[in-house]
Structure formats: C-alpha cells, structure tokens
Design a binder for this molecule. Sequence first.
Ligand code: BGC
Length: 742
Amino acid sequence: MQKFIGLLCAVLSFSTLADELDDLISQMTIREKIGQLKQATLYTRADVDRFLPLVRRGEVGSFIFNETLRREWRDELQRAALEARLKIPLSFADNIIHGWWTNFPIPLGLACSFEPELFEKMAHYGAIEGRQAGLDWTFGPMCDTARDPRWGRVSEGTGEDPWLNGVYAAAQVRGFQGDDASQEDRVGACLKHYCGYSSSTGGRDYNDSDFGPWTLRNLHLPPFRAAVKAGALSLMSGFNTYDGVPVLASREIMSDILRGEWGFNRLVVTDYKSVAQTLTWGVAASEAEAARRCLEVGNDIEMVSTTYDSLETEVAAGRLDVKVIDRSVKRVLEFKRAVGLFRRPMSVPKPTGEAFRRQTAKMQAFARECALKSAVLLKNDGVLPLKSDVRTIALIGPVATDRRTMVGCWPGLESNDPQTPESLAEALKRELGDGVELKVVAGCAINVKPAMIKGDDGVPMLNRSAPPADAAFDAAAAIAAAKACDVIVFALGEARDWTGENASRSLLTLTGRQQELFDVVTAAVPEKPVVTIVSCGRPLALPTVSGRSNALFYAFHGGDGCPAALAELLTGRASPSGRLTISVPYDVSQVPVYYNACTTGRPTYGHYLDTPERGALYPFGYGLTYSTFRYSSPQVEGRTVKATVQNVGAREATETVQLYVRQRACAEGARPRRELRGFRRVTLAPGQSVEVAFEISPAVLGYVDRAGADRCDSGFYDLWIAPDAVRGERVEVEMGAEGLEF
Ligand code: BGC
C-alpha cells in the first residue's frame, strides 16, 4: 500500500511539474518561446552589455562561455533573466572535456586505462569545478568513434572501438550528472556529435562523411545509445553528413532513430552555427527553410543562433506549426529544471582559501593517478625501469621543460595560457633525488610555422627541402648532453594546438623540428640507450623513433599529473598499465588502419605494394608493463568462456585481460574480424594467477540490424581471451537458437 501511495505521489508530482511547464509555455509570446531556443556566445564585457536588454525581454535562453568566463557576468545576466516578465532562468554551457581548472588526461589518453570508473570520477570532478565556475551544462562526453588520426578530434574521444566508447560515454554521463543533475556538484551532460562526425573524409574536419546503415548502426550509434540509456539529459547534433544530408537536417537520423526508435525526448542542441551552415552545404535555400527543417526533424536549441528569428514569420505564414516550437521549448524548460536552474539560478559558491586549496589538491592527486594509468609502454628491451647504476640522464626535447603541451586540447577556458603545475624535468629531478644527475636540454621548440614556398601557380605550398625556422633549435647542446650520460630520455610530441577541433593533420609526425633533433642526437651516440616519451593528441606514426628507442611510452597529452606520473613510471616506483584504444600506424599512408576491420573476401591480397606492413605498428589493446603475463588456452563451459592468467614476471603488475568475438557468418552483413566485448583489469603479485571468466550472452555476441534491432544469430563464433586485438588463442563455440534472444 505504502509503495502504491509513493508511486501515486511520484506520478502526481511529475504531472504537476509537467503541468507547471505547460502553464508557463501557455503564457509565453512567440518571441519568448523562440528566445528559449536561442543560445548565444559571450567573449567580452561588451557582449554582456549587448545581450542584457535581450535577456530582459526573454529573447535569449542560454549562453556559451568562451575563453573569458566570469562568474559575475553570468550572475548579472541571470539576474536580468529573473527580472524578465516570466522569470525563466538562463542556462550556461561550455566544454568540460578533460577537466575544468584541473587538466586531466585527454579522453584518448584516459581511455587507455581501461577503467571506466576513472572517467566517471573525472567527469564528476569536472562537474564540481565547472559548476563553481558558473556552468550548469557541459558539451560532453564526445561519443564519436574515431578511426582516422588525421582528424584532430580523435583526442576528444575514447578510441576506435564502439562498444568500449559506449562504456566510457555512459560512465561520463554518470559522473557529470550523478543521480540528480541539479545538485551543486553535478552538471547536465550533452552527447556529441550525433552522429558519424568522426568519419570526416580524409580526416579533414567539418567534411562530409560517407558510410551506410550497417556502419551507422554498428560503429557510430552504439556509444550514443549506451549514453542515452545512461540517462543523458541532452545531445548535440553533428556537423557532418549522412547519405548526403547534414545530419542535423536528416529526418532519418534525428526523427526516425533518435526521437522515434530510441524515444529520446530530451534536449537537443545543434552544433556551432550549424543550422545556418545547411545553406553553405547547399541543402537549404534560405535561413527560414534551414531553421524550420532543423527544428522539425528534432533539434531544439540553435547553438549561436543566427536563423531562428525567422521562425516567427514561419509560424505567422502557416509554414510551421507552433506546436513544434512548444515541443522544443518544453524540452528546454525540462532541462533547466533537471539541472536545478529554477531552484538555484545563481552560480554555486566557489570555495576560497584553504577549502579551495584542499579541493585542488584532491583533484591534482587524482590527475596524477589518471596520468599514471593512461601512459602506454609500447616497447621496452629492459632499459626501463631505470637501473640503480644510472648516474647521469640526458633529458632532451621540448616537452622536458615546457609546461603547456601536456595540458591537452581542451582545458577549461578561463586561463589563456594553461600550464601543468610542474614540468617533466622538475618532476624527474624530484623523483630521482640527488644521486642522479639530470642534464636537461629542450633542443628545439614544440612546434614552429611550417616553411612555405610559392608553387608555380603562385599558391603557397610546403617547402619540403628546407627545415622551418626554429630559433630554439640546438642540436649541439643536445648532443653534448647525450654524450655525457648513461641513458637518454627524449620528451617529444605534438603541440597541443595542433590537436582537437579544426586541427586536422596530413602528416602524423612530431611537430616542428623534433624528428630532426632525435635523428641527429641518436646518430651522434649510436651506442647510448634511448627512452622516448611521446606526448600527443593522436597516435603519431613514428617508425624510426620506435625503431631506435630501447623503450617507448605514448603518454598522450596526460594533463597536470603527467610529469609526476611519468617520473614514477621511469624509475619503476609504479609499473605501467595503459593499453591502446586506437591503433598506432607505421605510416600515415596506412590510415585509417583499425583492428575491427572485416576480413574481406581476399584477406591476403590487396595490400600496398610499397609499404609491406599490413596491420598497425602497435595494435588496439596493446601495452606492456614491467612484468610478464601468461595466458592459458581459453575454455568454454556452458555459457562461460574463461582462461587463467598468471604473472610470470618478477614484480606486481596490472594486466588488462580482453575478450574478443567474431561471428563466422552473418547474413545481415560482414562483421569485424574481432570485436572487443569485455575486459577485466587484474593486478597480480609475481607467480600469482587468476581465472578470468566472461559470460557468453547475446549482448556479447550480437550486433544491430539495419532496422535498429539487437540481434544475435545461432551458429559459430570465435572467442579470444587475449592481451590485445591481434594476439591470443582462439576458441570456437557453436550457439544453438535457444537463449540467444535479447
Ligand atoms: C564544437 C563542439 C563544441 C561547440 C561549443 C563546436 O565548434 O564542434 O564540440 O561543443 O563548438 O564550443
């Protein structure tokens, strides 16, 4: 009975709340309604002054803060909104991608931890700092499954596996929103960029994309679907096309799948000015047509609104039913209520003094843990961990001293020049103590302007025969340090502003003159052991660096805690545990190269004649540690597959045990030669072993058919319990029809 009364109260209070919003909408003028669907952007104080009158008239409902966020401005605008006729609070959004004041590793780096709990906590910490900065809404997590590292935004996502990306996206939703996104330490999440944006042709950002329903259903949609199921309060439509139509204007993508099949009745925001861009694409003839079409198919808010003013005329002329506008306004108001804006419109207090220092210390400690678990050791001939008889180390390369690179592509935008609290040189010096001499030489800049010449037609082109000017280039100092040391540690990488949005690259090289520095130094000291750390926003293709290095770490852009984490990993106080979630190619000519390709009809033919390598240099799932693990043959018992994993090395370490599946014959379409469908991190002492078992369920074996249904067929499957996507022993399992239903 009590349960029933509880349920009745919940239903009644929900319908009362719904009625309240309907009531509010019924009082709104058409301009006020359209205002709720408009999001503007702010850069300067002058912008605030320009928008205040509009806010007072209820003609704008939301803001993005860019670069110059000020809590005082936010609250001033909010006060103006509360003075407006209907007192509807504004919402304030920005990108919390890998932390706000604290810089955690970029998502592509943190993904290598294979620990979704870290993503949940990172998102929660980002939400805490974001709220204190004045935000109630983040444009994240990014759910795009990216295979082409030329696309700069691979850094913002979690790699090339759609199932794993779904696990991570759902974890971030939980972290940002908690059980109740209206709490002071939570924000509303926004899944982006729905969908297929990562397929930008040639890796060129904002390009069209070309894939069919099979790829849509099994590669691009799964992470979004997982995150929708996790309760995300909003979603952002993408910039790209699907089947020739910009996705935000696509009935199939927006109405049929998102709003229809998935029943997603929450807020959808477009991407930056993307409604107007349907004109540039050449699919809409006027702003009015663009606005009407995008709204009708299922978008609600126009980000950085330029076209929605025309909706008033569209309604007046009878071309647009006002009910379509009301539907979107309701979603906006529901979102504002869910993130607590009606209850607490002003920004939450930012702690001061000791309380802020304590909060920051907690965040920074977690940033170090994240960085520690993100770094992937790709090669090690035994030079690492550094031996106790090493007396002198030459730390060479721009990332040794610069505190900017590791910050990553999307720090909180309040500072124009975000930096990590310490450099790698400082951290390593601290870790090594007085007994070891550290000779630090940057040797060159992290990046310089490429050298250009005019082509025959007058068009500027890259000068491939001359190095670009770099005042910091100092090979002589680097060689001198290298000659006088026991071990060289190179700290190299990719400039952070060459990663992220609008940062496509055609060459997956070290930026500036770093490769040249590496080459001349290593040529001068051919006998010296070399450890290389690569800080990057994408998998760089560095075959000669990999070849000449005795040990190689990819740390990605590891955030504030990365210098300290790397110092611990180099000395061996900690053992590496990261595993790649994106393939590292030999050469840019191979890309896209990814583990979950299908076998093709002629698997041994069709490869490039001039580059013999077939797979990636380092595959998905790969990573070493300071110990060694042995896997038993996998065994199938009923609906379980299991293997014993033993630490056969000399020290405690963590292994990420991975479950891969392959369906032998699928009438609906060719499935990948392997797909990750499970993993377990196990930490084992020397000699210790553990049995790792995975359930063989329809969710593990299945796929999504072209109509969007989850399917699992009877027939033969291959399973692997393996350390990465290419190794491991296969076991075959035949599934009968029974028990394969979802
Ligand atoms: C990006 C989004 C971002 C938005 C607001 C766009 O250009 O594609 O990812 O959330 O800007 O900053």
